[in-house]
Each structure stands twice: as C-alpha cells, then as structure tokens.
Design a protein around this ligand. Structure first.
Ligand code: HEC
Length: 139
C-alpha cells in the first residue's frame, strides 16, 4: 500500500512528464515528501481557492482550475485537479494516534519532514498539477 502512494504515483507522474514534456506532480495542502509534494506559489493559491470553493458547497471530485501563466521562462498552461481524502487514505494520512505502529515507524524513518497526517475523510488532501510550456511560435 505504501508503495502505491510512494512509488506508483510519482512513477506515473514521471512517465507522463517524460513522454509529453509536461511537468506532472502531486502536491499536498500539507506535505510528506517536500522534494516532490511541495506546492509552488501558483499551486498554493489554487489549493486555497479549492478550499474556498468547497466551503461554498462545490464537491472536490471534478474540481479543477486552469490558467495561462507568463513566467520569465515563457508562457505555461497550468492545470490542477483536487484530490480529496478518502477513508482508506487515513491509514497513512489520518491522525497520528490512529496510524498503526508499523506504518508510523516506516513513515518516521523515510519521511523525517512528514506533515501529511491529521487529515479527516472528505478534506482537501492536495491536487494533481500539470504544467506545460507553450511553444513560442514567434521565434
Ligand atoms: C500506505 C500508506 C499510504 C496511503 C494509504 C496513502 N498514502 Fe498518500 N502518501 C504516502 C507516502 C509514503 C507519500 C510520500 C510519497 C513520496 O515519497 O513522494 C504520500 C504522498 C501523498 C501525496 C503527495 C504530497 C505529499 O504529502 O508528499 C498525496 C497528494 C497523497 N499522498 C494523497 C493520498 C490519498 C488521496 C490517499 C488515499 C486515496 C493516500 N495518499 C493514501 C502514503 C500513503
């Protein structure tokens, strides 16, 4: 199970990134792996916006946001899709006193900066985030 979240998801993201030239990542509202899961400024802003939209009654499944963003390196298409906490995620992302000793030990050893616990089912866990460079046709 830890392998699905720890290896399969980053592996799929990495493959999509290589074959399409997109940067595909999974970011968290709180982060277990700061190297892969930390949102940048735009992503952080969209995560707060997702939480706000949920507060107004919109459901997380199907909640997305896209925007054309100009950065010093060029113009990018950016897209995010909300990820909600499911009951089965609590095994590893729930309140730490509810995580089994075995999993707690693995997490403590492998993720010394883990902040991705204490979630409740139905909360916003994070988002899938895609960033694609738009070719500059004027060059
Ligand atoms: C068996 C343990 C386990 C379960 C169950 C689990 N995760 Fe994770 N999750 C992890 C680990 C370990 C990582 C760190 C992965 C890495 O190294 O990038 C992680 C990372 C993440 C991240 C990336 C952001 C971060 O914190 O680094 C998201 C988003 C995420 N999980 C969502 C979920 C969701 C949604 C579910 C339920 C559908 C879920 N996880 C179930 C162990 C788990």
């Amino acid at each position: 199970m830890i392998k699905v979240c720890a290896e399969l998801a980053p592996e799929i993201a990495g493959r999509l990134s290589r074959t399409h030239g997109w940067r595909v990542t999974r970011v968290g509202t709180r982060v277990r792996n700061p190297l892969l899961g930390m949102p940048d400024a735009w992503e952080q802003q969209v995560l707060s916006e997702f939480a706000e939209r949920a507060g107004k009654g919109e459901a997380f499944p199907g909640m997305t946001r896209s925007e054309l963003v100009t950065e010093p390196g060029g113009q990018y298409y950016r897209f995010m899709k909300a990820i909600a906490v499911q009951p089965q995620c609590l095994l590893c992302h729930g309140p730490s006193d509810q995580i089994s000793d075995e999993i707690r030990t693995v997490l403590k050893n492998q993720y010394p900066f883990d902040a991705a616990t204490g979630y409740k089912a139905g909360e916003l866990r994070g988002a899938v985030s895609i960033k694609q460079l738009i070719p500059d046709r004027t060059r």
